[in-house]
Ligand binder design. Structure first.
Ligand SMILES: Cc1cc2nc3c(=O)[nH]c(=O)nc-3n(C[C@H](O)[C@H](O)[C@H](O)COP(=O)(O)OP(=O)(O)OC[C@H]3O[C@@H](n4cnc5c(N)ncnc54)[C@H](O)[C@@H]3O)c2cc1C
Length: 312
């Protein structure tokens, strides 16, 4: 068995990649199949996700659009669809800033195909990323209003927005490598998107996992103390039973003996507004100490880059 400390990684590198690359990277965390990523793997992977309706994976790429010539009537038509998963701001009387995930834009097209602004936004996104939309575009085409102009906003331009706009439109992905108790609490924050290493699919007896189970070092017990020794013994015994069960049963059956201390990976993707809400709840003294162990340094790192996160 392996014991490691908890840590996090802000996935800035993914922000510089195409939507398909970032969605593939995030999706493969579930199966721990990152070794299958190569130069040509992203588009087939995301195409399969879109075809199979593995929609939560498609939440891992957010995009911002600028919509021009979208006057009050068109805006009212868009709001009548009650777009729950888009962030919409007016830049002036006829110009909108709209952010959302690939999933959010796809589902707007699926459920509101006659909405004028939805058609225009879909056309823009489908021209850049056809593989996300191929299966849901109408056979007769989108029949757009040519007076509406939709353009993608670059990440640099999102970063340079006024703070109150950036707060809603800038999305940040963080990968946590923590124990299962911490991830169980993080996933209660519903406005976020999540993807997590799956104990149903990962078979920790395989070589790629070193044939062993990895546990997160508990912050509560000093190494060498009686309590730490008891904890370690419990993990060793559990690992033995888990590996034995795998000889005759599936990972999803064997995992039922795995404890909270088990290491897991979780990608959390949310806008700055939601991250601020999370930090308010998860860094204070009332929060669980193991949660604070990762959330406090993450907050301190992000607040230097995005002062609007500061809640003190
Ligand atoms: C110190 C601490 C102790 C806790 N103890 C417990 C506990 O003992 N048991 C327990 O079960 N949980 C516990 N929790 C978890 C807590 O109940 C929340 O689920 C969690 O903190 C997520 O916070 P939230 O409710 O603000 O987020 P969310 O539930 O994600 O809500 C965020 C926002 O989303 C919107 N929203 C999303 N869904 C809905 C909806 N269906 N209806 C209306 N608005 C919605 C709201 O606008 C809301 O402001 C604890 C949390 C903390 C920080």
């Amino acid at each position: 068995m392996k014991i490691i400390p908890p840590f996090y990684e802000i996935l800035d590198n993914l922000d510089q990649q195409s939507l398909a690359v970032r969605i593939e990277y995030s999706g493969r965390i579930c199966y721990k199949s990152e070794d299958k990523i190569d130069h040509d793997s992203a588009v087939p992977f995301v195409t399969k996700m879109a075809e199979h309706g593995h929609n939560s994976v498609l939440e891992m790429g957010a995009v911002t659009l600028k919509v021009a010539n979208a006057g009050p009537e068109l805006l009212a038509e868009l709001f009548a669809t009650q777009p729950r998963y888009l962030h919409i701001d007016s830049l002036d009387e006829a110009t909108l800033l709209v952010s959302g995930s690939v999933r959010a834009f796809r589902e707007m097209q699926i459920f509101h195909p006659d909405c004028t602004l939805v058609k225009s936004m879909t056309e823009c996104l489908a021209s850049h990323h056809p593989y996300f939309f191929e299966t849901i575009l109408p056979a007769s085409g989108l029949q757009n209003d040519p007076s509406i102009s939709v353009t993608k906003v670059s990440l640099d331009d999102v970063d340079n927005l006024a703070q109150e706009l950036r707060f809603k439109h800038r999305h940040i992905a963080v990968k946590f490598t923590v124990n299962r108790a911490v991830t169980h609490e993080i996933v209660r924050h519903r406005p976020c998107s999540f993807l997590q290493e799956s104990q149903r699919y990962c078979r920790y007896s395989e070589n790629k996992f070193g044939g062993e189970v990895t546990f997160i070092k508990p912050m509560f017990y000093e190494e060498g103390s009686r309590e730490y020794d008891m904890w370690q013994k419990a993990m060793e015994d559990t690992e033995q039973i888990y590996l034995k069960l795998l000889e005759t049963s599936t990972p999803q059956a064997a995992r039922t003996v795995l404890p909270n201390s088990c290491k897991t990976e979780l990608i959390v993707y949310a806008n700055l507004q939601e991250w601020k809400h999370i930090f308010k709840l998860r860094t204070t003294k009332a929060a669980e100490p193991t949660m604070r162990e990762v959330m406090i340094p993450l907050y301190e790192e992000l607040v230097t880059r995005f002062p609007e996160l500061n809640f003190n």
